[in-house]
Design a protein around this ligand. Structure first.
Ligand code: ADP
Ligand code: MG
Length: 395
């Protein structure tokens, strides 16, 4: 295929978390080399990449040196300054392009793009002060959710507001100059669609995936989603249109609320592989990470076929609360795959890994993956508690 970036080439990854790690695993399996760039060292991505640059995203000299050493740049984290992507783009293709980053890293720009393009979004108002927040609360009603305009993830920078009296506390809690107030959606469920678009415009999607959150953080994902076929069809259609409207080259995930009436509202976009798509690693012919690789390298996209019903359960740092989790107990579940991201500090709420299982039905997949996660908390037999906590932070 002419112009494709072929195995042997080096992929530059901006960001160094678990998404980059799983991308690097997929890329190295296909014979590519990986160079990651982030402010950190010994990162989840760096541990499996060929090269790791530790520098600030604002250090444009370092960005230039990095870009000159790679054949294409992608990112695994959208909270990267647009100037960083622009500098890289002077030397090498950046996929998805900086304009996708620019739109999706900022909730207001994202929502404005979506609503102007005619996609269904949750009613929202822009808020710059407590007075504006109060006015917006009167317009939209309570409950409502206040979110920082930029840099939010995993429920950070969000506050639910149940009454007008809570406005001041919420405004203080998000501590920002610019925020979005959204009506609270009493949804039936949440689904996401992970989709990819190639250099030539080819589209592929993984269908709808059901998601449940705990404390605003993704907890369990299930494929195929347990929603009517018409909802899945509409969600896929919206996702495909969004990738086309943004001219994405790469992977993008659309998070949706399914209302009690069965209609779809776009919650947010992620211009990269998504936590809800982690199950594709074990459950689909082509994982979302390999798909990102194929898309940004100008290769034909792979089949997204789901081999069997699948469920994924996140492992947050909370699982370490009583000491090192009982990995052996979880591995006794023959159908369960353990993924760990190589992070050293298991802080509460921090994504440390996940479990995936395939089964004959989605219910069986959920039951098994949750049983395996519970097994992680079983006491370690034959080892005194002291040795458990002494290995707490070792790798
Ligand atoms: N307007 C809302 N109505 C109801 N639930 C919401 C709303 N906004 C966020 N949530 C809940 O919080 C989760 C995380 O919010 P989201 O906006 O996706 O932020 P993040 O960037 O942290 O993922 C959502 O998946 C949903 O469960
Ligand atoms: Mg989200």
């Amino acid at each position: 295929m002419s112009g494709a970036i072929l195995p042997g080439a080096t992929i530059g990854v901006l960001g160094s978390g678990q998404l980059g790690r799983m991308f690097a695993i997929a890329a190295r399996r296909m014979g590519y080399r990986v160079h990651t760039f982030s402010p950190d060292d010994d990162t989840p991505t760096g541990q499996v990449a060929d090269w790791e640059t530790q520098a600030s995203y604002e250090d444009l000299d370092a960005v230039r040196a990095f870009a000159r050493k790679v054949d294409v740049v992608t990112f695994e984290f959208e909270n990267i300054p647009v100037a960083t992507a622009d500098e890289a783009a002077r030397h090498v293709p950046v996929r998805p392009g900086g304009q996708v980053l620019y739109t999706t890293q900022h909730r207001l720009r994202e929502k404005t793009f979506l609503s102007q393009a005619g996609f269904p979004v949750v009613p929202f108002r822009t808020v710059h002060s407590l007075a504006e927040l109060t006015a917006a609360l009167i317009e939209l009603g309570v409950p409502a959710v206040l979110k920082t305009a930029g840099w939010g993830y995993d429920g950070k920078g969000q506050a639910k507001i149940g009454s007008l009296e809570q406005a001041a506390a919420a405004w203080q809690a998000v501590a920002t100059e610019e925020a979005v107030l959204e009506a609270f959606v009493d949804f039936q469920c949440e689904v996401s669609v992970v989709a990819a678009r190639g250099v030539d415009g080819q589209l592929a999607d993984y269908g709808a995936i059901s998601n449940t959150h705990a404390n605003h953080i993704l907890d369990v994902s299930v494929a195929p989603a347990s929603v009517p076929a018409s909802v899945t069809r509409d969600a896929i259609e919206i996702a495909r249109q969004i990738l086309e409207a943004l001219e994405v080259v790469g992977v993008l995930c659309v998070e949706f609320f399914v209302t009690k009436q069965g209609t779809l509202l776009v919650n947010e976009l992620a211009p990269r592989p998504h936590n809800s798509g982690h199950l594709t690693f074990d459950a689909c012919i082509t994982s979302q990470f390999e798909q990102q690789l194929r898309a940004i390298c100008g290769l034909p996209l792979g089949s997204t076929e789901l081999l069997r019903p699948a469920a994924m359960a996140n492992l947050l740092g909370d699982v370490w609360q009583a000491g090192v989790p009982n990995w052996e107990a979880a591995c006794r579940f023959e159908q369960v795959k353990l993924h760990l991201y190589g992070k050293q500090e298991p802080r509460p709420g921090r994504k440390m890994g996940h479990l995936t299982t395939l089964a004959n039905t989605t219910k069986e997949a959920i039951d098994t993956v949750l049983a395996a996660r519970r097994a992680l908390l079983e006491p370690l037999l034959g080892k005194p508690t002291a040795s458990r906590s002494s290995t707490h932070d070792s790798r």
